[in-house]
Design a protein around this ligand. Structure first.
Ligand code: ATP
Length: 221
């Protein structure tokens, strides 16, 4: 995914003031920033939900977008949501969805209506729906909100597995902890992205302790 010169504002208040980003296959990247910095605005533009005032977004293949606000139909069960999205995504089967559900421990709720699921379990379903068509580019807005510790760890194992099979993953969060799990980190501040750390691309597959970080002042968005 390649993003260049993105600008966006609301009622003349500029929120994004020139975003450039190159998200390569096999990279797990993060964007952090304070509440109101413009992270969700950026993801909504990257997903095509919002048209920017200026700039361009190019990506190849399927993408998956997990929005911050869970969008579910409370009257439908987990399984009914999957069937609905299977039709929408024109999938032959639900094998990939079932693998994700197992990894997140969601399978046991297959016949439960969304309206009675806990917040964290609703988020597991939200994430499964965003990933069930095996997208090449994954845009995840605060994907672990409401997760307990075990599920949080499971989320990162899932994200790492998908990264290792060549997917591009962009995680957006206002929390900047656990940054060692990310290959690249950007801080969104003042409407632009500031590189916090970027590993040498050829070392991205190595365990974190064996990588040499590129100095932020030499990294480019
Ligand atoms: N539809 C809208 N109309 C007007 N202003 C908006 C709209 N959406 C967002 N904003 C404003 O744009 C700014 C950036 O909002 P955004 O939701 O992108 O930030 P964020 O970094 O995702 O915040 P958070 O961490 O709280 O989710 C905020 O000041 C917000 O009030």
């Amino acid at each position: 995914m390649k993003v260049s010169g993105l600008h966006h504002g609301y009622q003349r208040r500029a929120v994004l003031r020139g975003i450039d980003l190159d998200l390569r296959p096999g990279v797990l990247a993060g964007i952090v920033g304070e509440n109101g910095a413009g992270k969700s605005t950026l993801l909504r533009i990257l997903s095509g939900e919002l048209r920017p005032d200026r700039g361009s977004v190019h990506h190849h293949g399927r993408f998956g977008y997990c929005p911050q606000d869970v969008v579910l139909n409370d009257a439908l069960t987990v399984r009914q949501h999957l069937d609905f999205f299977k039709t929408a995504f024109v999938l032959d089967d639900l094998r990939h969805a079932e693998t994700i559900m197992d990894e997140l421990r969601l399978s046991q709720y297959a016949d439960v209506r969304a309206g009675v699921l806990s917040g964290g379990t609703r988020q597991k379903l939200n994430l499964t729906l965003a990933l069930m068509h095996d997208p090449q580019v994954l845009l995840l807005d605060e994907p672990y909100q409401g997760f307990d510790w075990d599920t949080y760890q499971r989320f990162w194992r899932l994200a790492t597995r998908l990264r290792d099979t060549g997917r591009s993953i962009l995680v957006v969060s206002h929390l900047a902890y656990d940054t060692e799990r990310l290959d690249e980190i950007w801080r969104l501040d003042g409407g632009t992205l500031h590189p916090t750390r970027r590993w040498r691309h050829e070392e991205a597959h190595l365990p974190v302790h064996r990588r040499r970080a590129v100095r932020p002042d030499r990294a480019r968005p």
